[in-house]
Design a protein around this ligand. Sequence first.
Ligand code: FES
Length: 109
Amino acid sequence: MSAARACALSELVQDQPLKVVLDDVPICVVLDSAGDVHAIGDTCTHGEVSLSEGFVEDDTVECWAHGSRFSLRTGAALNLPAYEPVPVYVVQIDGDDVLIDPAVTKAVA
Ligand code: FES
């Protein structure tokens, strides 16, 4: 599958994660306070918890269950108990469309 429309840009509310499912892949889409749109794997690597139900601060999202924060830029788990990263997806903006390819993850350091 190639990049598909995940949502409308105008649908995104700053710092409020939106869960989308593309090709059975749950993805957490976030418009951060800097105006950047991010897309990371929606499932916390510590448990079956949706990161879209968590809290955004700057360029991180915090899992509500046990407080691990994940970088929206690198997917890295920034504090325990989660320690494995979530995938980061490439986001393309085309007019008001937010496009994401669920099969392509960003190579991040
Ligand atoms: S399930 Fe996310 S930190 Fe535990």
